[in-house]
Design a protein around this ligand. Structure first.
Ligand code: SF4
Ligand code: SF4
Length: 148
């Protein structure tokens, strides 16, 4: 039996999908290597990107565009990140960590395990998920909670 990806895609409401991989540095690297950005720029129009002081230290030019909420900071990207030029990131080598990770999401816990979640909004996510599910010989795709 093989996974009906079209069905899995619609069942997951085009939102996110849990990978058959526990969150660890090697797995994150593996997923990152499988993602082939198509430069659609969609991830840079989300709304806001959580950033840390490390991100600001690496790319000080993002500081004027950060909105603070208590201890947390967000780079405001609604309508298009100020650093998106011709659908390319103008600070690509110094982009915030969350941008580097996208479409990987903060790990969630299922059955006590922290797994990697991929946002299907990214065009490269589905093909990476298919490769990883095939490698793991999985026949079902578990549900992932909705995330925005
Ligand atoms: S959504 Fe995915 S394919 Fe599009 S620019 Fe972002 S990382 Fe690249
Ligand atoms: S910093 Fe770069 S990768 Fe991150 S949202 Fe802005 S343009 Fe996109």
């Amino acid at each position: 039996m093989t996974i009906d990806w079209e069905r899995a895609y619609s069942e997951h409401n085009n939102q996110s999908i849990i990978l058959p991989l526990k969150w660890n540095p090697f797995a994150v690297r593996r997923v990152h290597d499988l993602l082939h950005c198509e430069r659609c720029g969609e991830c840079c129009k989300y709304g806001r990107v959580p950033v840390t002081q490390v991100d600001v230290d690496r790319a000080p030019e993002i500081a004027p565009y950060i909105q603070r909420e208590g201890e947390r900071g967000f780079l405001i990207t609604k309508g298009g990140c100020p650093f998106l030029k011709d659908n390319l990131c103008s600070i690509y080598d110094r982009r915030p960590d969350v941008c580097w990770l996208f479409p990987m999401q903060t790990p969630i816990t299922t059955d006590g395990r922290e797994m990697i979640v991929l946002r299907l909004k990214c065009r490269s996510a589905l093909s990476a998920a298919q490769v990883l599910y095939s490698e793991a010989k999985c026949q079902t795709v578990p549900s992932a909670p909705d995330s925005n």
